[in-house]
Design a protein around this ligand. Structure first.
Ligand code: G6P
Length: 483
């Protein structure tokens, strides 16, 4: 249900992210409405927001005129609109054609344009001003991700009374790469406006601390940065997770079990189903993984009666050139593989360029005997964790890139180097041939890990560290309700 919200709100907790946690939908009667996005972040933050009567500031997508704040499903949302030029230069440009490839090991060549940087600063300032406007005296603001790295310092200047946390969902690169950025110092200083800067992995936090020491010249010790004004900033790892219990329950429901059987049937009842699920992004290693699968067929280890590959490619950032090129390359490859190895009515690769609701994803994960997650670089990769959560029978194999953050925790996966095609072929084959006992041993261990570190634990630990860092004189936030 959508309700408009009082305009003079002052919230104790404000979440600031590039996107709002809702997607626009057209209702059956033609009217416009909102649906909560299926992402993990909303699941994680919703209980904390509700307990603190908090608000979420974000871009609603598109170029709409200024929209009023509204409440949807108990979430107080403050939309911040972007002009066409801001979408081009802040979102598609600086965020996704400069920072995204730079932070992902140069998986594509980052473009550096001064106009993009100007717009990035302008949009970050608008987010900071909006947060300053809605946050209550002494409140807490939690800023998310690479699109908004300047917000912490801009906000601190406007509202020194606030406690500010920042969390980076993607990798933070080593100095050798980060230093290419003409505005490297400004980004570091932007982040240092926060009291706590959270990363997925300890290595990323160390990269940041080292860069702050070298490039900004502040004193550091372990995970602390000492600023000349006496403030300290903590930079540390909080590996993000998923709603493990919720997904586990969903995967056991009658409708999901039935849908999973239908999917297997529709695929022609092969002995094994391989699955890839990714945003259609060049960091995900989709091309190499499909090639590896095709070569295993070409080498004669199995054919399409034995195994098929389902690749879900979720449309993403479609106006950005590198994403357009990638889509063409992958679709050409899928056509070639199916032409070479498919039979009538039996393609080797079932390629789906679409996004699906949670239930359908759970049914796909339940169907997949081998889940293949092979990014060249990934902050965490929640798909790997979602797959594990949906394997209620303790079976199924996970083939996982060493370069996904998730590999730090999911040690019992078949770990691969996505640049090593022969190594990937071998891992696909090993996973295909693995015996039930081996699968069970590995899956049980991984399921234990994700049950212990779920998304509620992630949000709790970030929020309590944030409260600690700024000390007892801050308003104490209610801890998140355990879901
Ligand atoms: C990654 C980023 C998020 C981003 C998401 C979807 O997970 O860390 O910040 O929202 O991709 O990308 P999009 O460009 O559609 O927001």
């Amino acid at each position: 249900m959508v309700k408009s919200m009082k305009a003079d709100l002052h919230a104790d907790l404000v979440v600031v992210a590039n996107r709002l946690p809702v997607d626009r939908v057209t209702n059956p009667d033609g009217s416009q409405g909102w649906r909560t996005s299926p992402g993990g972040l909303v699941t994680a933050i919703e209980p904390v927001l509700n307990d603190n009567d908090g608000v979420w500031i974000g871009w609603p997508g598109g170029t709409d005129e200024a929209m009023e704040p509204f409440t949807d499903n108990g979430l107080h949302l403050v939309p911040l609109s972007m002009s066409e030029q801001e979408i081009e230069e802040h979102y598609e440009g600086f965020s996704n054609a400069t920072l995204w490839p730079l932070y992902h090991d140069l998986a594509a060549r980052p473009e550096f344009h001064r106009e993009w940087w100007d717009t990035y600063q302008r949009v970050n300032r608008r987010f900071a001003e909006k947060a300053a406007e809605v946050a209550a005296e002494g409140g807490t603001v939690w800023v998310h991700d690479y699109q908004l790295q300047l917000v912490p310092a801009m906000l601190r200047e406007l509202r020194p009374d606030l406690t500010i946390g920042f969390y980076l969902h993607i990798p933070f690169p080593p100095g050798e790469l980060f230093q290419q950025l003409p505005w490297r110092r400004q980004i570091l200083e932007g982040l240092l406006g926060a009291d706590l800067v959270g990363f997925q992995l300890a290595g990323a936090a160390q990269n940041f601390i080292r860069l702050v020491r070298q490039r900004v010249g502040h004193k550091t010790h372990r995970d602390l940065v000492y600023l000349p004004d006496g403030r300290t900033v903590r930079a540390t790892a909080f590996p993000i997770s998923i709603d493990a219990r919720g997904l586990d329950e969903l995967s056991r429901t009658e409708s999901v079990v039935k849908r999973s059987e239908e999917i297997r049937e529709a695929l022609g009842n092969p002995r094994k189903v391989f699955l890839g699920v990714d945003r259609l992004d060049y960091t995900k290693g989709i091309y190499a993984r499909l090639r590896a699968f095709a070569e295993v067929i070409a080498d004669g280890h199995f054919d399409v009666d034995d195994a098929v590959f389902v690749q879900v490619a979720v449309p993403s950032r479609e106006q950005v050139e590198t994403y357009k090129v990638l889509r063409d390359e992958i679709e050409r490859l899928v056509g070639r593989i199916n032409g070479d190895h498919g039979k009538l009515g039996q393609p080797a690769i079932h390629y789906l360029h679409s996004s699906y609701p949670r239930e359908e994803m759970a049914a796909l994960y339940r169907t997949a005997d081998v889940m293949v997650v092979t990014p060249y670089r990934d902050g965490m990769n929640l798909v790997a964790k979602e797959y594990v959560a949906c394997r209620a029978n303790d079976d199924g194999a996970l083939v996982l890139s060493e370069f996904a953050g998730a590999a730090d925790e999911l040690r019992q996966a078949w770990l691969v180097n996505p640049y090593d095609l022969n190594g990937m072929k071998q891992a696909l084959l090993d996973a295909y041939r693995a015996e039930d006992r081996e699968l069970g041993r590995r899956m049980r261990a991984m399921r234990k890990t994700i049950r212990q570190h779920d998304v509620a634990a992630w949000a709790d630990s970030f929020m309590s560290s944030l409260a600690e860092v700024r000390g007892a004189h801050r308003k104490t936030l209610q801890p998140a309700r355990k879901s």
